[in-house]
Design a protein. Structure first.
Length: 299
């Protein structure tokens, strides 16, 4: 029993911040206990085990619309964290006709991870879809980005990376894969506004590992600072009303930090009577709300 409790305590670090359970809401242990179906394909794009892509394909020949999915887990490597935690969601979406390109990446505390490697890995994995889509029966012109929690930050960043300064170590050149829009699942869009929550609940030093430090830590890593390119027509920030980890305020802070034109393309959706893990737990109303927004952008 002691070993089990210790393991659950460690796994709690998967959350962005300390979780205060909400009555009736899915909890971390419920989320981690979900069956994890095997993907249709697994693709490696780097030397590290975390540098892999799970591909979930719907039945039929296709070409299928696709959701590019980025997992959460507080940007860090902990037992149970990784793209595997998104397999229940990815399998469900594929069953309902949406292919899922679910990427892993070297996290902030992995060897070879952190700034700038974490972001470069995300960009590489997203853009890899372009060369693999045809053989997999995926229509890459019907694609959306989506990310959960810390992955929501990375998905928003990936949607905004065309605005990176050429001098940034994160700038890789070439044309990023275009997407129709982005669905944030309790994502963090304004790192500066969210930063006060990080040290006490997510561990000291996480911001430095995410940004590389420097006099302007947010310049090329915070989606709010980068702004929203014109090519991204719509961003939906889905939040759980009772989320104690990434509260709905985080979505509002992101939208409020944008210029007026970009802010007009950001829509907020709060799901009542839901907590953080409801958003990624199949069968909950919050999960259905997320799927509905992804499906809408792909139509």
């Amino acid at each position: 029993m002691h070993v089990l409790l210790k393991k659950l305590s460690t796994l709690a670090a998967l959350a962005l911040c300390a979780l205060t359970p909400t009555a009736g809401a899915a909890e971390l242990k419920d989320f981690l206990a979900l069956p994890k179906p095997a993907p249709t394909h697994e693709i490696s794009y780097g030397a590290a085990q975390s540098q892999g892509i799970d591909v979930f394909l719907p039945a039929g020949k296709g070409p299928h619309p696709v959701a590019i999915l980025i997992h959460g887990g507080y940007w860090s490597d902990f037992p149970g964290a990784g793209r595997e935690q998104m397999r229940p969601l990815a399998s469900d979406w594929a069953r309902r006709g949406i292919a899922v390109w679910s990427i892993g990446y070297r996290r902030a505390n992995e060897a070879g991870g952190g700034y700038p490697h974490l972001y470069r890995a995300v960009a590489t994995a997203v853009d890899r879809l372009r060369s693999e889509a045809a053989r997999l029966g995926i229509d890459s012109t019907r694609s959306v980005l989506s990310g959960d929690s810390a992955g929501g930050h990375l998905a928003l960043w990936a949607a905004s990376r065309t605005r990176l300064p050429v001098c940034s170590p994160l700038h890789q050149g070439g044309e990023p894969l275009p997407v129709r829009g982005m669905v944030s699942i309790a994502g963090v869009g304004d790192l500066a506004a969210f930063a006060p929550r990080l040290p006490g609940s997510c561990g000291r030093g996480i911001l430095e590992r995410l940004s590389g430090g420097g006099s302007d830590a947010y310049a090329d890593v915070s989606p709010a600072r980068l702004g929203l390119p014109e090519m991204v027509r719509s961003v939906v920030m889905v939040s759980a009303a009772n989320d104690q980890i990434v509260p709905p305020l985080a979505a509002r802070q992101y939208r409020n930090a944008l210029a007026a034109d970009a802010a007009s393309r950001v829509r907020l959706r709060d799901v009542a009577a839901a907590g953080h893990f409801d958003l990624v737990t199949p069968g909950t109303p919050a999960f259905e709300a997320v799927f509905e927004e992804v499906q809408r952008l792909l139509q």
